[in-house]
Design a protein around this ligand. Sequence first.
Ligand code: PMP
Length: 389
Amino acid sequence: MRDFRAELEKRREQGLYRWRRQVETPQQPDMVVDGRPVLSFCSNDYLGLANDPDAIAAARDALPETGLGGGASHLICGHHSAHHRLEETLARFTGRESALFFSTGYMANMGVISALAGRGDTIFSDRLNHASLIDGCILSRATVKRYPHCDMTALEEQLATTDGHKLVVTDGVFSMDGDVAPLPEMAALCRKHDALLVVDDAHGFGCVGPEGRGSVAHFGLGSEDVPIVIGTLGKAFGTSGAFVAGSAMMVDYLVQKARTYIYTTAMPPAVALASCTSVRLVKQADDRREHLARLINRFRREAQALGYTLMPSDTPIQPILLGDAWSALALSKALEGRGIWVTAIRPPTVPEGESRLRVTFSASHTEAHLDKLLTALGEAQQELPGHAA
Ligand code: PMP
């Protein structure tokens, strides 16, 4: 048997051990965690909808109508009219013919990639793609070629020298860096080399593009450029679940083939109805997005003036690059001592030597919250000379 205990110990020694905290409040900036008040800068609730009264009311009002559990998978007897309504809402929101509601973004990515590519096909995947895309590639049994992050010359070279069916997969907004994939160039390359482009816009929907319609819309692209988009509802939408949007034929194909759609219990229908409300709120959230942009700009200006290294991102994902895992842990701990919660992100989530604090902003943060973060960062830096900046 493998020595699991020794592996755990090794993780601890390398500063890579992970642990969980118990949250005792809804997702919001001021939280109680493990019995202590903290100001959080690490949630993906970018628009502050996870605790929105209208979305909560939608879920509460739905419960007596729909009951609680999904009951069975969609193809047995779990496909509720609430799921169908959400799918129609999401198809309209994404400007696609059709959408398919999955239980999580992780499952959507695994299901879509393994349904659309198989043995003998080739998948081209950005080196910084999310774990669920990577796992989808593995599950598909296709040949996988990883290209350096957003390197279009490398991608073109790989596409040009590969025969057979080709699938290109990318995050829209990269989850740990916050930058946006060069989708116009990718779409052009896919057209030229007859490849199918799939974009996972988990962090783009709600945050970028007109009315929060995501990275594809942000670039003025449409379904002819990016035939399949995937989004999660657990981030800017503030609920749970995920969706894949594309042509009616493609959704039909996924219903037949995506194993993570077929072989799992349908989400509680009340979550689907709450998500319909969230989609409406996301569209109407221009004031929240403007407020977010102001917070992000100020954070970037002032954190860099303190000497911190930020990454080229103008989305709510604003990582502070530290390098080694211990430095990231030390800064996270120093902030925690000042009542601020920002989780350290370490390998294997990010490459070796690129540990960071992934600071994320929400429209629920105020300028006063940002004051506190910047003050704490300033103080922490003096405590950790040579580490933080
Ligand atoms: N894609 C990306 C880019 C993500 O960051 C995440 C979540 N961290 C997912 C997919 C998975 O989505 P979900 O949380 O709904 O499973």
